[in-house]
Ligand binder design. Structure first.
Ligand SMILES: *Cc1c(COP(=O)(O)O)cnc(C)c1O
Length: 229
């Protein structure tokens, strides 16, 4: 089932990329595996997916342990959920990218812990573009200032922006939010902050990834649409 689902998703990604003049090969698919077993992770990697997203440090750690030695070395693990500072020490060890950096305090801890193991951690800044109280993420108006401060830390590297859109039955409603994140990434880019890259725009999930790609996403985080039976 996973292979059929992936095939369908890849076709849709390709079409959406065409509508936004993007090269479909440049759109990175993150398989979000938070609800599935290590065996299903193994299967999705077998089908050619190289990027895995988990939203809890403990779960990722446990699954990585079960799978140790069974996955291709090129597989990358992305932390996509809210990260508590007391989990950072483990997170910097097991993840290849932390997409959910939502405060200066968290980035200071990542810098410290990554420094202790001699690593430069690639990160995305999570922005709360919807303004929903319940959502994590930086406020759009504080983004530039915080990006400038984080850019001075030597053990993490800003690679782009991430957002989580609200739940909606109608992805069209979310289009302005995706557009807003893209505009923000252009604003950051135009500031030419040393060491800050805006290579990735991580937005779009199972319900809304096509609209997100139309608005410029080049990293989509898809779970249920891949693993549904
Ligand atoms: C669960 C999750 C996703 C994937 O959601 P689906 O609707 O299953 O595709 C993407 N991003 C984050 C941050 C998530 O927690």
């Amino acid at each position: 089932m996973i292979d059929k689902n992936l095939e369908r998703i890849k076709k849709k990604i390709k079409k959406a990329a065409g509508r936004s003049n993007q090269d479909p090969d440049q759109i990175k698919l993150i398989a979000v595996t938070k609800t599935v077993s290590p065996e299903e992770i193994r299967q999705v990697v077998e089908c050619g997916v190289t990027d895995i997203g988990e939203n809890r440090v403990q779960d990722a750690l446990a699954k990585k342990e079960v799978l140790s030695g069974q996955l291709k070395p090129e597989v990358r693990w992305h932390m996509i959920g809210h990260l508590q500072t007391n989990k950072v020490k483990q997170a910097v060890k097991i993840f290849d990218m932390i997409q959910s950096v939502d405060s200066l305090r968290l980035s200071l801890e990542i810098d410290k812990r990554a420094g202790q193991i001699g690593k430069v951690m690639p990160i995305l800044l999570e922005v709360n573009v919807s303004g929903e109280e319940s959502k994590f993420g930086l406020k759009p108006e504080e983004l530039l200032d915080i990006a400038r401060q984080i850019s001075k830390l030597s053990h993490l590297k800003i690679m782009g922006l991430m957002t989580m859109a609200p739940l909606s039955n109608n992805p069209e409603e979310l289009r302005p939010l995706f557009r807003r994140l893209r505009e923000l990434s252009v604003e950051v880019k135009e500031c030419h902050i040393p060491g800050v890259e805006m290579e990735y725009l991580s937005m779009g999930m199972s319900q809304d990834y096509e609209v997100a790609i139309e608005e410029g996403a080049n990293m989509v985080r898809i779970g249920s649409a891949i693993f549904k039976r």
